[in-house]
Design a protein around this ligand. Sequence first.
Ligand code: DOR
Ligand code: ZN
Length: 345
Amino acid sequence: MPQSITIATPTDFHLHIRDGEILKTVLPHSANEYGSALIMPNLKPPVTSLALAKKYKMEILQALPVDTTFKPLMSLYFTQNLNGPAVREAYASDTVTAVKLYPAGATTNSDSGVSYYDGIEGTLETMAELGMPLLVHGEVTDQAVDIFDREVRFIEGILEPIRKRVPTLKVVMEHITTKEAVQYVLEANDNLGATITAHHLLLNRNAIFQGGIHPHHYCLPILKRETHREALVNAAVSGNKKFFLGTDSAPHPQGAKESACGCAGIYTAFSSLPLYTEVFEKKNALDKLEGFASFHGADFYGIPRNEGSVTLVKEETIIPDSFTFGEDVVVPFRSGGSVAWKVVG
Ligand code: DOR
Ligand code: ZN
């Protein structure tokens, strides 16, 4: 087994870094491991316009550590009012790379998302014409649908009809969690890709109840059974170019997680690349890590791959208990534990 691995500088194609003071804590963790990241727009209020995306990008650039070349790729939040001219202007601006669609009520700060799909085709057609990717949080919000079935129901009831109506639209199914999603992506044409998180590769749903309720393992889409985790691992390490890295690292203050109504999100950014490396090593597939982390996503989006490289060495690294996070702290994935790899440059 190699004790070190060098790959082209990766991109995180799904990242929450929030804004204000807390941005300053979490951004360096991502900038230390990645050359760029697709930044999620679910701020309060959400990033619904080109002007807001420009403002948010500026805030990120100003919060970056000096001497970093980290590039934030911005996304727009799909509201019911988003129209063709607005996405055309946003895409032409060089600021906005994609549009993120949250079904209203599906997850954190998704209230301004989409609640009915008739009437959005015009916008989707413009995006298809531009080659601008639609990123979907693929879960239905119907409270009668079991939380573990929401992804599959989204594929059947919403995604497939959208893709039939606008077949040339590029779509990324974000943070897929089921073997049905893997199968759907595999069977689709090249306009459909998917991101996979480190936590969905490493944990099954037992982790939510490990020795009692474990709020730091609660995320959306929720962790699934072991058979699904195995399907995700096989997809990630397969070398198939439709699957690529997107951490969905989603920091929340400790107080908001460890509460009677703990919110969804797992904070992996501090060690996400080492965590992915662990998964690939276990499957004897370290040679496939570079494609997944550094090439497939950029190629799918049709953007340049990052320059340079990063090296990881096999060295057990302790993960801190927490990091300062505004007036609270954020508890990282595997806090107080360790990860088998370390980024050294
Ligand atoms: O667990 C999650 N947290 N899933 C999401 O879709 C959103 C995210 C967040 O923003 O906290
Ligand atoms: Zn997310």
